[in-house]
Design a protein around this ligand. Structure first.
Ligand code: 5RP
Length: 248
């Protein structure tokens, strides 16, 4: 076999491997999402999280609504609102329904105590307010989100107001080695609330509860993506099946 055919074939095989891996991950997300939607009952007001895993939950809720399930969804982002609307899921907002039965949301990292980093999708402020208003928060994810400690793979997203954001960045930099304003392609990323996100690369977040409070006490910070002691159930799609992890 000539070198160029060999190169083409090995490129093709590695592309197929990536496609397969992504399909596997989507499958695991979908299984976790469907299992979470089994907790939804007619008559409930449901917080709808954001992200690619929640997308699968929205598809499933949409199907069940078409089959007569009567729920009201409270979206945590403009993107989720658009998708839910297109699926025929009836929507309202948190100011009309201040006590939610359940919220289903994704996560970027989940540690062994079911503490989380959220916000790579940029919706952390609305997600945290919605979680606060919910009787139960169910987190759905594929197995790649499980980490031994927070900060291992994901930066910690912090939403900050535009005014004086460099001062806010300097203050966070006093306890985080790398703090970068988020970009989307070549544009500065703007949240649904009209703010910036600072992605904070910690080597390891050892005292997550303290870090959550410390960051939020800085002027200019709206909220950060640490979700501490908020989750009682995480549903994880793994290669060996669905795992329901309960916080003891
Ligand atoms: C958005 C979030 C998402 O829940 C988180 O980023 C996970 O997203 P995905 O399911 O696409 O991995 O916090 O702000």
């Amino acid at each position: 076999m000539s070198q160029s055919i060999f190169d083409t074939l090995s490129h093709l095989y590695s592309s197929l491997e990536i496609v397969n891996k992504n399909m596997d991950l989507e499958n695991l997300k979908q299984q976790a999402a469907t299992s979470a939607v089994d907790f939804v009952q007619s008559g409930m007001v449901i917080g709808l999280g954001s992200g690619s895993t929640v997308y699968h939950a929205l598809l499933e809720i949409g199907k069940r609504v078409q089959n007569g399930m009567d729920i009201l969804g409270i979206p945590t982002s403009l993107q989720t609102a658009r998708i839910a609307e297109s699926l025929g899921i009836p929507l309202s907002d948190l100011n009309c329904h201040r006590n939610l039965d359940l919220t289903i949301d994704g996560a970027d990292e989940i540690d062994t105590n079911l503490n989380l980093i959220k916000g790579l999708g940029g919706a952390l402020v609305r997600e945290k307010i919605t979680a606060e208003a919910s009787q139960q928060l169910i987190i759905i994810a594929d197995q790649s989100k499980i980490v031994p400690y927070l900060g291992q793979v994901s930066p910690l997203p912090v939403e900050v107001v535009k005014f004086g954001w460099k001062t806010t960045q300097d203050r966070i930099s006093q306890f985080c080695p790398r703090v970068e304003r988020r970009f989307e392609q070549s544009d500065v990323y703007i949240t649904d609330n009209g703010n910036y996100i600072l992605d904070c690369y910690f080597e390891k977040i050892t005292q997550a509860a303290k870090t959550e409070i410390e960051i939020n006490s800085l002027p200019g910070v709206v909220e950060n993506g640490l979700f501490i002691d908020r989750v009682k159930l995480a549903i994880i799609g793994t290669k060996n099946g669905i795992q329901h992890q309960y916080k003891s």
